[in-house]
Design a protein around this ligand. Structure first.
Ligand code: MRU
Length: 340
């Protein structure tokens, strides 16, 4: 299925009966939507990273529960089985578990019009995420007043969310206010920066300069940027933040060069049970995502270590921007005050 001409970049589209997922593994070469009518397919789409990015994973999972309920309304145990399958699709992004908990609590309440309530809830999770991103875009852009340039990592854009993006939402809003220089790290090994971020920004007419991840220190040393802006997969109560592998390296480099670090994430990315980052489960993905094909044989002497997230300690973060407000210097206060 091709991208409908009237729509800009959208990772997920709910048709009312099925979920369309833009296959991000093929971007930017091929724009193809796969259509899902059953939850296990969506779980596989999350695991295989057809859909990725913490908020988008949560939204997809919420719609998957609707698909499951449509299919198994008379057999609730099968819906619970799908919930468990979805919960195993990826481990680090807390938005997945946050969305599943919301859907599970509706199933437990079992209202008379269950299917409608589930549908409305999934659509609200999607719509709220988009609205939150616009709000964070404004709050983050205010911090960037007078910025010379910014570097972002991975893809925390419309592709990773319900639309507009978290880190890229801030960049979109800041560009409207005059920000000129936007750099994107390529984000090895999956190349979310090189394949997704530069494509997404260019679709909106925003000029962007791609750098090799290994060029980040030299970019900072050149004085071209004063902020690093990233999204998050899970934020602990003390402000420690899990995000795409390489974020921690950037934050360490930033401290050395006097560059500030902004984390942009909705409060659905805060893990209210996690006191600090040491307990965050870091996903390890297949060695084959990193190794050249010649080393894929089981008898190969060359293996790979492929953690796909890392944890940046709160003391390296200048500000955490959420839809409920900005926490400056999170190391001093943590993020607990954002809880309602
Ligand atoms: O492995 P991915 O591509 O799902 O990792 C995505 C990230 O690390 C993003 O920065 C994060 O999920 C925030 S997306 C708004």
């Amino acid at each position: 299925m091709n991208l409908p001409k009237t729509l800009s970049v959208q990772a997920l589209q709910w048709t009312g009966e099925t979920l369309l997922v833009l296959d991000q593994r093929c971007l930017p070469d091929i724009i193809r939507y796969d259509e899902y009518s059953e939850a296990p397919g969506v779980a596989e789409a999350i695991t295989s990273m057809r859909v990725r990015g913490a908020p988008a994973i949560g939204i997809a999972a919420a719609y998957a529960v609707v698909l499951s309920a449509r299919q198994h309304l008379e057999e609730p145990s099968l819906i619970l089985k799908d919930l468990d399958l979805l919960a195993k699709s990826r481990p680090t992004a807390v938005n997945l578990f946050w969305a599943l908990d919301k859907m599970r609590s509706i199933l437990e309440q079992n209202p008379a019009n269950l299917l409608n309530v589930l549908k409305e809830t999934a659509q609200k999770i999607h719509a709220d995420d988009l609205a939150d991103n616009h709000r964070m875009g404004e709050l983050g852009a205010q911090l960037l007043t007078g910025s010379k340039g910014v570097l972002t990592h991975c893809n925390a854009g419309a592709l990773a969310t319900g639309g507009y993006g978290t880190a890229l939402g801030v960049i979109r809003s800041a560009v409207k206010r005059g920000l000129k220089n936007v750099y994107a790290g390529e984000t090895r090994p999956w190349l979310q920066g090189a394949r997704l971020t530069v494509w997404e920004l260019s679709q909106d007419g925003i000029p962007v300069t791609l750098i090799a991840d290994s060029a980040a220190a030299w970019l900072m040393q050149s004085g071209a940027i004063d902020w690093i802006i990233v999204g998050a997969d899970r934020i602990a109560l003390n402000g420690d933040t899990a995000n795409k592998i390489g974020t921690y390296s950037l934050a360490v480099l930033a401290r050395q060069h006097g560059v500030k670090v902004m984390v942009v994430a909705p409060t659905s990315t805060i893990d209210w049970q996690m006191t600090d980052g040491s307990g965050i489960k870091i996903e390890q993905r297949a060695a084959s995502e990193l190794l050249p094909a010649v080393y894929h044989q089981p008898e190969s002497l060359v293996c790979a270590w492929n953690p796909v997230f890392d944890v940046t300690p709160a003391e390296l973060i200048t500000a955490i921007v959420t839809e409920r407000g900005v926490i400056q210097n999170p190391a001093a206060t943590g993020v607990g005050s954002l809880r309602v």
